[in-house]
Write a protein that binds this ligand. Structure first.
Ligand code: C2E
Ligand code: CA
Ligand code: CA
Ligand code: CA
Length: 273
């Protein structure tokens, strides 16, 4: 902190400078990267316990830059929400996922593709139209696509009713909704009945501590029971070990996802017997 004529000038640490710099560069390079098709989509399988099959693959955006290196979605998405490019990214990921759904469909693999969506995409209206346009353009059956929304999704938005309405219309057309990161939000119970969701995905922090924190097991049991009583399909994410997998299976989850089941990969790496 430098004192200058009674005014305080706070000098930033070099680490802060670096972070701001990186953020600014990500912001600046994003559009070009999108246009140059430097963005990719990776897919992670979800194992349905009842059938023993991979019934769903989650689409996860990936961006590797020559200068900046790997830019994780956790870094990228908040910036994209701010600069508005989240709409472009969302459309890109959805288009890639629908193309893959059709390709697999033609190979006799009726697999669902699960696409993450940001509240910003819905609050900047016409989300419903953008989604149905993409599906119509590619000819993808609506029941092959599901959208993942996070638990505090609806709550931040002022246009809550408009968002619920768009979601309901999409659901009527056959698109399923998954409530992602379940258990980490704050208003779930109040909104659960209003949101047209058919699945919940228990956040990986719970899976993580399942075998190390005694109370987590009861918590997860409660979440599974709650989901079932609401008629929802319950998924556990972040499954990294056999022990977690066996326990979750015993506890009655419908599906599991995580490094133990399969890591996210490019579509060409996915083979069906
Ligand atoms: P998420 O939706 O909860 O996605 C799961 C994240 O956990 C992914 O990270 C995935 O790679 C990672 N993961 C999967 N299995 C395991 C495991 O066994 N252990 C651990 N520790 N992690 C696992 P990723 O790809 O870095 O994505 C982070 C978040 O960014 C996502 O969290 C999602 O909220 C968001 N995101 C990713 N792609 C998109 C996208 O296309 N659009 C939007 N709006 N958000 C996206
Ligand atoms: Ca997700
Ligand atoms: Ca999640
Ligand atoms: Ca998450």
């Amino acid at each position: 902190v430098i004192q200058q004529g009674g005014r305080k000038i706070v000098s930033m640490s070099s680490k802060m400078h670096q972070e701001l710099n990186r953020r600014a560069m990500i912001d600046r390079k994003m559009l070009t990267a999108l246009n140059l098709k430097n963005f990719q989509v990776f897919y992670q399988p979800q194992l349905d316990i009842a059938s023993g099959q991979f019934t769903v693959f989650e689409a996860l955006v990936r961006w590797e830059d020559d200068e900046l290196g790997y830019i994780s979605p956790d870094e990228l998405i908040p910036i994209a929400e701010e600069n508005g490019l989240i709409l472009e990214i969302g459309a890109f990921v959805l288009e890639e996922a629908t193309k893959l759904a059709i390709e697999w469909d033609q190979k006799g693999q009726p697999i669902q593709l699960s696409v993450n969506s940001s509240v910003r995409e819905f609050s900047q209206s016409h989300m419903k139209d953008r989604i149905t346009d993409i599906l119509a353009a590619t000819g993808c059956p609506t029941n092959r696509i599901q959208l993942e929304i996070t638990e505090n999704f609806a709550f931040q938005a002022e246009e809550e009713q408009s968002i619920f309405h768009q979601m309901k219309e999409l659901q009527e057309q056959g698109i399923e909704f998954v409530l992602d990161d379940f258990g980490t939000g704050y208003a779930s119970f109040r909104y659960m009945q209003q949101l047209p969701i058919s699945k919940i995905k228990i956040d990986r922090i719970f899976t993580n501590s399942l075998l190390t924190h005694p109370k987590t097991q009861q918590l997860v049991e409660g979440m599974i029971q709650f989901g079932k009583s609401m008629g929802l399909y319950v998924i556990a994410e972040g499954v990294e070990t056999k022990e977690q997998f066996e326990l979750l299976k015993e506890m009655g989850v419908d599906a599991v996802q995580g490094y133990y089941i399969g890591v996210p990969v490019t579509a060409d790496k996915i083979q069906f017997e």
